[in-house]
Ligand binder design. Structure first.
Ligand code: FAD
Length: 695
């Protein structure tokens, strides 16, 4: 285009050629380009007029004709100068200072002129010395003596005060709960990644560890537990632990069962490696535990759990992870909103720390209330009653008063029929426990003497020193929402499939798992030890690559020493219709009437009559749903090893209620003997725990 326009417009071509020839200037070049881009007419002679570039501008001649300014010359003298000669010296005129004006100050007097020479007048003699001051009073001796007697007085006063405090019993050292310790202490010592990670060191977590070790001999398993102690079993906390003469020692957690010393700990601390060493170990078998650390959330997509630290969260990567956070105890709203002084005297038992607090509270108390008629409340009431008989008290000390308060007619009202619950309640009364059925707590406040007053639904009130709350438990679901894990809206807990997987490589077991039962086509969640353990075993096996389906039946038991043993298999509930078989006893087997029934004061130990006492001694309760037997309660039946498995098989066959006699035979009911013990035999003392350390 530019070339074409040059061809068509010759004068412009010259101008442009001139520009281009002279054009080492960028501005000029740009101008030429712009000219080239113009759309000129192709008609010859119609081009723009040739205009000189200088037109209308002032043209200056170059180079300029003005003469340059004269160059600077140094005008130095030609003759030699002295060495300090300064050619730039400025000549300053000399300054002449005028003379000072005459002073008008007074002339000084000359003393020699007025007084004469000093030597002529002798100096006056100094005055006589004053007599020496008298010696100061020896206050030091006074102060010393006064100080001595003062100190003695203070010591005597302290002695009197201490004696008075001792007399009042207020000088005992105050027990404080032990501080919560973390192990390892620093979050940097937590491993960055682990092969098998188990969150929660309870029954399910420990069972999973055992299963992993069984199926993967080189496994590296790491536990994280919120509690600041090694994995332990909770069952003795509501049972034999109360019969120990001393409060629990966290180092051993010992108790006595059938005359043998046992520990609540599932493993010795030497079994667990230091977390740093564990992380450095290349291959297993290895197991380590971080206690006192809480997992905040799980990222199942990235296979990482986040542990709460002082300044945020620390990630731990895993290959397989099991969540077994268990459950937490429920409490009553009256205690939640009660003042601190009341809350300090109320305990819902779940952890070892709770047990430490509760045992000290109960030992100091003269009156204790156990709230709740479920498994835990019943066990606590019965074992506290038995503790009263086993633990020695000072001769002047009154026995502990125990009151068992529950809202239903009898104990275990959610599981067994009312008539059976009422009958079993008598067993608790036998231990000297005052039972208050059909009673609820409406309010709780502190009395002026520092005790707790409970307002009850029957219009009365109870003043007590300590309250043990056992009104059920709920699954720990804090991890569910931040980890985006599905929850069961009906049963509560984490939704898992039959292999106990919530997400890929992320498993849930124990109290917090809502499991799909394949053969019953329902979901169930069970808060009992045996179920938690079996779920843990299945989850552990599946974590190592097995595909075990979880087709369990709920199974648990209630044992009140030799007084009552109840075992539950399958679906039970007070709302289900039941059929029960109880053993008919031969007349000679019925115990003779005893002279003094056990129990407190006026109250007879058993209700009504001798016949009632033996009516429900031994039996089986069948629970029905749509005429099918779905659950069984073995009532005081002698323990058999494989009863749970036999019962599970029977329930899976979905027997009808018409086959109950056959079922009873299969379950060994026919052979069970109805041997009764006399009251004296029933009252036989438990193991002597005074010298239990000798075992
Ligand atoms: C006093 C008492 C007596 C009992 N007696 C019986 C009985 O006689 N028979 C029976 O069948 N059942 C009984 N049970 C119930 C039984 O103990 C439980 O069902 C069982 O312990 C549940 O095991 P689990 O592993 O699911 O949970 P747990 O044993 O409760 O263990 C949960 C663990 O997870 C940890 N954890 C929770 N959240 C986190 C987190 N975010 N980060 C890290 N760790 C976490 C906890 O610290 C704890 O160590 C009793 C329970 C109690 C409290």
């Amino acid at each position: 285009m530019f070339v074409n326009s040059l061809k068509l417009c010759s004068p412009l071509k010259i101008v442009n050629g001139g520009f281009l020839a002279a054009g080492n200037n960028a501005a000029v070049g740009h101008g030429a380009l712009r000219v080239g881009q113009n759309n000129y007419s192709k008609v010859k002679g119609s081009c723009c007029k040739e205009v000189a570039q200088t037109e209308g501008k002032k043209v200056e001649v170059w180079p300029r004709p003005d003469p340059p300014p004269p160059a600077w010359r140094a005008e130095c003298p030609c003759e030699p100068q002295p060495p300090n000669y300064d050619p730039y010296k400025i000549k300053v005129p000399d300054i002449v200072v005028p003379p000072m004006p005459p002073s008008n100050a007074k002339p000084m007097l000359d003393c020699s002129l007025t007084r004469g020479p000093c030597s002529a007048k002798p100096a006056p003699s100094p005055p006589e010395c004053p007599p020496p001051p008298p010696k100061p009073f020896p206050w030091i001796y006074v102060w010393t003596v006064a100080g001595f007697f003062g100190t003695m007085g203070v010591i005597y006063k302290l002695y009197l005060w201490k004696e008075q405090q001792e007399r009042l019993g207020e000088n005992k050292p105050i027990w404080r709960p032990r501080p919560r310790l973390k192990s390892p202490y620093h979050d940097r010592d937590l491993p960055a990644c682990v092969q098998y990670l188990i969150v929660g060191a309870g029954a399910a977590g420990w069972a999973a560890y055992k299963a992993i070790m069984e199926h993967d001999k080189k496994a590296k398993v790491f536990f994280i537990s919120k509690e600041d102690c090694l994995p332990y079993i909770r069952l003795p906390m509501s049972k034999q632990m109360w019969w120990n003469p001393d409060p629990p020692d966290i180092k051993s957690l010992n108790y006595l069962e059938d005359g043998k010393r046992r520990t609540m700990y599932l493993a010795d601390c030497s079994k667990f490696m230091d977390p740093v060493k564990f992380y450095r170990t290349k291959t297993g078998p290895a197991v380590s535990v971080a206690t006192g650390w809480c997992v905040m959330r799980v990222d199942a997509d990235e296979h990482v759990v986040y542990v709460k630290t002082m300044c945020g969260e620390q990630p731990i990567y895993y290959e397989r992870c099991l969540l077994a956070p268990g459950s937490k105890p429920k409490s009553l709203s009256v205690f939640k909103s009660a003042p601190k002084a009341v809350r300090q005297k109320v305990c819902a038992l779940r952890t070892v720390r709770d047990l430490e607090l509760a045992q000290r509270g109960v030992r100091r108390a003269r009156h204790v209330v156990v709230l709740g008629g479920g498994c835990l409340g019943t066990e606590l009431a019965w074992h506290l009653g038995r503790m009263n008989q086993l633990i020695e008290r000072k001769p002047d000390e009154e026995p502990l008063q125990i009151v068992h308060v529950f809202k239903d007619k009898g104990i275990m009202a959610g599981v067994i029929p009312d008539y059976l619950g009422e009958w079993a309640t008598e067993k608790i009364k036998c231990e000297g426990v005052t039972v208050m059925p059909k009673t609820q707590v409406y309010d709780a406040f502190e009395t002026p003497d520092g005790r707790v007053q409970l307002t009850l639904s029957n219009g009365t009130s109870l003043v007590t020193d300590y309250v043990l709350v056992a009104v059920g438990a709920e699954p720990r679901m804090e991890l569910a929402e931040p980890s985006f894990l599905e929850q069961d809206p009906v049963n509560g807990g984490f939704l898992v499939n039959t292999e106990l997987e919530a997400r890929t490589h992320l498993y849930v077991a124990g109290d917090a798992a809502s499991v799909y039962s394949q053969w019953r086509d329902v979901r169930f969640r069970d808060e009992h030890y045996d179920t938690a353990e079996r779920l843990g075993l299945i989850a552990g096996a599946n974590m190592t690559g097995h595909w075990l389906a979880c087709n369990l039946e709920p199974h648990y038991w209630l044992r009140l020493g030799d007084a009552l043993q109840m075992e539950v298999v399958g679906e039970v509930g007070a709302c289900l219709p039941t059929i029960a078989l109880f053993k008919q006893c031969a007349p000679e087997e019925v115990p003779k009437k005893t002279e003094t029934p056990a129990g407190d004061g006026e109250k007879p130990c058993y209700k009504k009559s001798e016949e009632y006492q033996n009516r429900y001694k031994r039996g089986i309760v069948f629970y029905l749903r749509d005429e099918t037997v779905v659950g069984l309660v073995f009532w005081n039946m002698p323990p058999i090893d494989d009863r749970r498995d036999v019962a599970t098989e029977i329930l899976r066959a979905r027997p009808s209620y018409k086959d109950i006699n056959l079922l009873a035979e299969l379950l060994g009911f026919a052979e069970t003997q109805c041997v009764y013990k006399t009251h004296e035999q029933l009252k036989e003392p438990g193991p002597c725990i005074r010298n239990w350390r000798e075992f």
